[in-house]
Structures are given as structure tokens and as C-alpha cells.
Write a protein that binds this ligand. Structure first.
Ligand code: ADP
Ligand code: MG
Length: 356
């Protein structure tokens, strides 16, 4: 047998493909929201999608989700979580090791050209040609996609106007700021009129102001075009602002998937944040008063606790009565960082990743 022969594929395997297709349609209706959609009707449907890179690197470990047409869906997780690999499998640039994915009903493995024809991607690394002007880049893209001239001209004018780059279109891209280049990239991706737009960390490397501006622009584009958005980010504020639903990914696995509001509600009404030299004692006091062990996370000298059984004022009182040494103590509303911390036991951003 040749060294390069793939695994033996008996006929039953071919038959299973058909069964799987039925399965994806059935299964995806059930777990999340019964009756809302089928796999085929969803803009994006993934079932047990997995990627093992050479060297036995399990980058994505069988994830499933369905995204409705027009929805903005976020993949949230730290570096190395498997976000880019997931986007790659959905946009046909990374071959899944197992599992299935459909884009507007087109199977990414069996009909990659069909899947590509209904989607577009803005990669983490820039693809626009720097010596060319913005207009040249965009017109080239219209030609590559064979977009009808008058349709293309109209789209180009509308999209560049919406993102605010009309007046710099005739300058070489090399002279653009980071934010302007990102806008050009996003316009490029939308010129073909895709049903699904993938954005992989669109604001990474931008300063805080440009990051916020770009986020507004993405929100506006979404309203105007109705495009379905799959976005990866490790910025929680972005995820909360743009996304209807979020999948929190850790080490290739979805650990939670819901709307930002419901994820926040899962934390309870208040969070206690305590800086202390004796986190163990603080944790013991809280646990003795009904705070669940899973709701307490200690990193270094900072203890964070989701409060359900007792409120913030009572928790502070108990710590004082228990003589827990506190450098600072506050009770506040929960944020997505708390959700992430509780689910994964770690912060989403390493200090190096934090925006200025
Ligand atoms: N081409 C590749 N070959 C081998 N390992 C890879 C490759 N691409 C990514 N990985 C590994 O897969 C894991 C997930 O990576 P990635 O999908 O890029 O995560 P994220 O986008 O969330 O930062 C990481 O451990 C990464 O090192
Ligand atoms: Mg990535």
C-alpha cells in the first residue's frame, strides 16, 4: 500500500455522510433553541467541528453552534484558544479533521466553492496591496469576483462612504493609518455582497480610539447590509457591544454560548473584588456564609466572588467581622470579564494584550 494512501473508506462511510447531513439539520435545532432554525436554514452551522494539526495539536475539539441569518456571533477567547482555526475551517482555508460545517446550507468540505461564494473574510493579517491606492485595490477585487460593473461601482461608493474612506481612496494604501487600512479591508470583503462576513480580531493592533471607531463602523455596516457576522476577539467590550450571542472558547472547546446579557446574569447580581494578603481566609469566610466554591476565583492577591446567597454589603461586613486583612474591597455589577474568569479560572487578557 502506498505510504500516501488515506485511511480506508468503506462504502458505508459514504452512506454515513448522507445520514450526517440529516443529523446536522436535526441536531442543530434542538440543543440551543428548539424550532428556531435548522442547520440548512442557518447562516452558519457547525457540528462537532474539530482540527488536529500535525504534531497532535488539538486546536479545536469538536465544537457545535448555529448562527441565524443577520446575527452577529462572537468567538471569544484568549490567544491560542482556537478562534482563527475555527474561522479557517468555516471559510474553507483550513481542512477540518472531523465534523461538519454549513455556510448558508453549503457544506464547507463537500462544496467549498459554494461556501466561498456566499462568504467573505477579513484576515488577521492585511491582504490589501500597499503600493496600490485604495480604489485600485477595491476595483481589482470587484474584477476578481466578476461583480457587474454598475453594481460594483454602487457598492464601492456606498461602502467606502459608510466607513468614511471616500476621500482617501486615491492615495496608496501604504499611506493609510492602521484604522483606515482595516476599513479598506472590510469594504473589500463586503464588495462581493456576502451573506456571511468573518472578521478575525479586526481591531487588534489599533489604539483605543481607532478600535472604538472601527467598532462603530462594523455595527453600522451590519445594520445597512444585514450581513451575518462571525467575529473573533479577546476584547470583552467589543464582544458585548456588537454580538447578539457569544461563544466563549477555551483550549478548543466552547465553555459557554449565550447572549451577553444572559452570560452576565449567570454570574448573579453582584461581584465582590478583594485585594488581600490572606485570600485563603477570605475564601473560607465567604464559603462558610453560603458562597459557592465555584463562584470564588483567586489570582495572586485578588479574590473575585460572584455573590448570590449574600449581597455585597453583607459580604464586606462578614470579612470585617472575620478580621480578614483587606487592602481594598468593592462590590460591583458583574462584567463579561467576571463571566470569563468564573468559567475558565483565568483572565482573558494577559497584561501584554491589554489595550492602552
Ligand atoms: N498551522 C498550524 N500548525 C500547527 N499548530 C497550529 C497552526 N495554527 C494554529 N496552531 C495551534 O493551534 C492552537 C489554536 O490556534 P489559533 O486557532 O490560532 O488560536 P487563536 O486564534 O484563538 O489565537 C494554538 O495552540 C496554535 O499554536
Ligand atoms: Mg487568532
Amino acid at each position: 500500500m502506498s505510504l500516501f494512501a488515506g485511511p480506508v473508506r468503506p462504502l458505508t462511510r459514504e452512506l454515513n455522510v448522507t445520514n450526517n447531513e440529516e443529523k446536522i439539520n436535526d441536531r442543530i435545532t434542538d440543543p440551543h433553541d428548539p424550532g428556531r432554525m435548522t442547520g440548512a436554514a442557518a447562516a452558519v452551522a457547525a457540528e462537532e467541528l474539530a482540527k488536529i494539526y500535525p504534531g497532535d495539536i488539538h486546536a479545536v475539539k469538536g465544537i457545535s453552534f448555529a448562527v441565524e441569518a443577520g446575527e452577529a456571533f462572537g468567538l471569544l477567547g484568549p490567544n491560542g484558544a482556537g478562534k482563527t482555526t475555527t474561522i479557517g475551517m468555516l471559510n474553507t482555508t483550513v481542512k477540518p479533521s472531523s465534523g461538519r460545517a454549513l455556510l448558508a446550507g453549503r457544506d464547507v468540505t463537500r462544496d467549498p466553492i459554494g461556501a466561498r461564494s456566499v462568504s467573505s473574510v477579513v484576515f488577521q493579517d492585511a491582504v490589501v496591496d500597499r503600493p496600490l491606492t485604495g480604489r485600485q485595490n477595491l476595483e481589482l477585487h470587484l474584477k476578481l469576483w466578476g461583480v457587474d460593473t454598475s453594481v460594483g461601482r454602487r457598492r464601492l461608493a456606498e461602502l467606502t462612504g459608510t466607513v468614511g474612506i471616500s476621500d482617501i481612496l486615491d492615495r496608496p494604501v501604504a499611506t493609510y493609518s492602521g484604522g483606515q487600512r482595516r476599513r479598506t479591508e472590510i469594504v473589500r470583503a463586503l464588495l462581493s455582497g456576502p451573506e456571511v462576513l468573518f472578521l478575525d480580531e479586526p481591531t487588534v493592533g489599533l489604539d483605543t480610539r481607532s478600535r472604538h471607531d472601527l467598532f462603530d463602523v462594523i455595527g453600522t455596516l451590519r445594520e445597512r447590509t444585514g450581513v451575518t457576522i462571525i467575529i473573533t476577539t479577546h476584547y470583552l467590550d467589543e464582544a458585548e457591544r456588537l454580538c447578539d450571542r457569544l461563544a466563549i472558547i477555551q483550549s478548543g472547546t466552547i465553555v459557554a454560548c449565550d447572549s451577553p446579557a444572559r452570560l452576565l446574569a449567570s454570574i448573579g447580581p453582584e461581584v465582590l473584588e478583594l485585594r488581600t494578603d490572606d485570600a485563603a481566609k477570605a475564601a473560607a469566610v465567604l464559603r462558610a456564609n453560603g458562597v459557592e466554591p465555584d463562584d470564588v476565583v483567586v489570582i495572586g492577591q485578588t479574590l473575585t466572588a460572584s455573590l448570590r446567597a449574600i449581597n455585597g454589603a453583607r459580604a464586606l461586613e462578614l470579612l470585617e467581622d472575620g478580621n480578614v486583612p483587606a487592602r481594598s474591597a468593592t462590590a460591583r455589577h458583574p462584567n463579561l470579564d467576571d463571566v470569563y474568569l468564573r468559567l475558565t479560572g483565568g483572565p482573558i487578557l494577559s497584561p501584554a494584550d491589554r489595550p492602552e
